[in-house]
Design a protein around this ligand. Structure first.
Ligand code: SF4
Ligand code: SF4
Length: 78
């Protein structure tokens, strides 16, 4: 399936499952996983569509590097 932009990527093993990103996401497109990461935390997951690119989750997250917002498809290198 073609990825929709903007989109959010979560580094599962950086996430501590605090849910701040989930609470702060205006369109509510994040949720907590059922599975656990290698540190034993449930982690934030993106529903795959509906992200507005507002970056609220990025600024709410206390874990540097856990959340990356991608605004547009990378252009192919010339
Ligand atoms: S960038 Fe905004 S809309 Fe997208 S997941 Fe984060 S808080 Fe939600
Ligand atoms: S705010 Fe960061 S650490 Fe907390 S659940 Fe979201 S991605 Fe994980």
């Amino acid at each position: 399936m073609e990825k929709k932009f903007p989109t959010v990527e979560i580094d599962v093993n950086q996430c501590k499952g605090c849910a701040l990103c989930i609470e702060n996401c205006p369109p509510k497109v994040l949720s907590l996983s059922i599975a656990y990461n290698r540190l034993g935390y449930q982690y934030a997951e993106y529903k795959g569509e509906g992200c507005s690119g507002c970056e609220a989750c990025f600024y709410a997250c206390p874990e540097p590097g856990a959340i990356t917002i991608i605004k547009e498809k990378k252009k192919a290198a010339l």
